[in-house]
Design a protein around this ligand. Structure first.
Ligand code: NAD
Ligand code: TYD
Length: 332
């Protein structure tokens, strides 16, 4: 099995999951700022390369039966600061993988996101047949990439499926995303920058549950089909509620929570109808309370993993993203 983007957060958990299932795993990863070789077992076959480069894909995929594509630029806020790399990896990279399928005949699972459906503020949950209506440069690039999949299935008969996962959290997540940023800041006594009114809603999925859903689609999903992977209504929480639970779990002072200028174009709510994947036998096993506690414990016990990250390139990004925002922040 080839896992592209396997050195990142979800991909590295997926690699370990496949190894536990007895699969031979090969990883192709560009090692961008969020890719980390240390996320992977030392014995995994690793190719340093780019999914948008056909020669890199051909080299890594030689002898593989399937590719699961996690490789992407993944942070909405960074896509607002600079979007170019998102188009290249999400669209061009997915196209290179699909072109490889045409000659090799191997299977592809394209890992996409619930953000392709856009804002569901009005209520309800997105079904796989709903129109894609992305709002950010990140989600538009993800939608562009995944739209190639049914087109290649129909036109060239390749064997490819799509997963659309909801907001994922757990160990090894790069600390720019909401949960690991707030947890590590709280552990360090730093401010927690809550965007806008903090009433935005996300469906929080534990990383192992997300990986189990992708594995099921890899083994049993139909070509040309998309599958939602989300934790469901009981795990839809407002950001402010999640922030308060993080304060409780870390024992940090409530005054750290700051209301800052909102993200431009910020989606209010995501929600998924997951009945299609549940009909194949999948359901999430880790509730938000347990998953968040395990995640906080992991970051508390693994400072050696995240402290070097937060002292590197991350600092420059943090200053650009939050410097002005925090200087004009209000108590939340
Ligand atoms: P991540 O940023 O932790 O990992 C991305 C990985 O892709 C990194 O290892 C990076 O080095 C690699 N990469 C980037 N560009 C590449 C390229 N051109 N060629 C090869 N490798 C490249 O992200 P993540 O949170 O693990 O997300 C993985 C996938 O899951 C992404 O496709 C993302 O859109 C999707 N997803 C994420 C979430 C979430 O909440 N994190 C939810 C739904 C879907
Ligand atoms: P994020 O983890 O970036 O995921 P996404 O935007 O892809 O859903 O953000 C999750 C939610 O948390 C989203 O509503 C934005 C909000 N948020 C903050 O309030 N402050 C922050 O510093 C970050 C990174 C996110």
């Amino acid at each position: 099995m080839l896992v592209s983007g396997g050195a990142g957060f979800i991909g590295s958990h997926f690699v370990k999951r496949l190894q536990r299932s007895g699969d031979d795993v090969v990883v192709l990863d560009k090692l961008t700022y969020s890719g980390n070789r240390a996320n992977l077992p030392a014995d995994v076959e690793f190719h340093h390369g780019d999914i948008a480069e056909p020669a890199d894909v051909a080299r890594a995929a030689a002898g593989c039966d399937a590719v699961v594509n996690f490789a992407a630029e993944t942070h909405v806020d960074r896509s607002i600061l600079a979007a170019e790399d998102f188009g290249r990896t999400e669209f061009r990279g997915t196209q290179v993988l699909l072109e490889h399928l045409r000659t090799s005949g191997i299977r592809l699972v394209q890992v996409s996101t619930d953000e392709v459906y856009g804002d569901l503020e009005a209520g309800g949950s997105a079904k796989e047949t709903d129109a894609l209506n992305p709002s950010s440069p990140y989600s538009a690039a993800k939608a562009a990439g995944e739209l190639l999949v049914p087109a290649y299935v129909r036109t060239f008969g390749v064997n490819a499926s799509i997963t659309r996962g909801s907001n994922t959290y757990g160990p090894n997540q790069y600390p720019e995303k909401f949960i690991p940023l707030f947890v590590t800041n709280a552990l360090d006594g730093q401010s927690l920058p809550l965007y806008g009114d903090g009433r935005q809603v996300r469906d929080w999925l534990y990383v192992e549950d997300h990986c189990a859903g992708i594995e099921l689609v890899l083994r049993e999903g139909a070509a040309g089909e998309a599958y939602n992977v989300g934790a469901g209504h009981e795990e839809e929480h407002e950001n402010i509620e999640v922030a308060q639970r993080i304060l409780e779990l870390t024992g940090a002072d409530a005054s750290l929570l700051r209301r800052v200028a909102d993200r431009p174009g910020h989606d209010r709510r995501y929600s998924l109808d997951t009945s299609k994947l549940r009909a194949l036998g999948w359901s999430p096993e880790t509730g938000f309370d347990d998953g968040l506690r395990a995640t906080v414990d992991w970051y508390r016990d693994n400072r050696a993993w995240w402290e070097p990250i937060k002292s590197g390139e991350f600092r420059e990004y943090y200053e650009r993203q939050y410097g002005e925002r925090l200087s004009t922040s209000l108590p939340a």
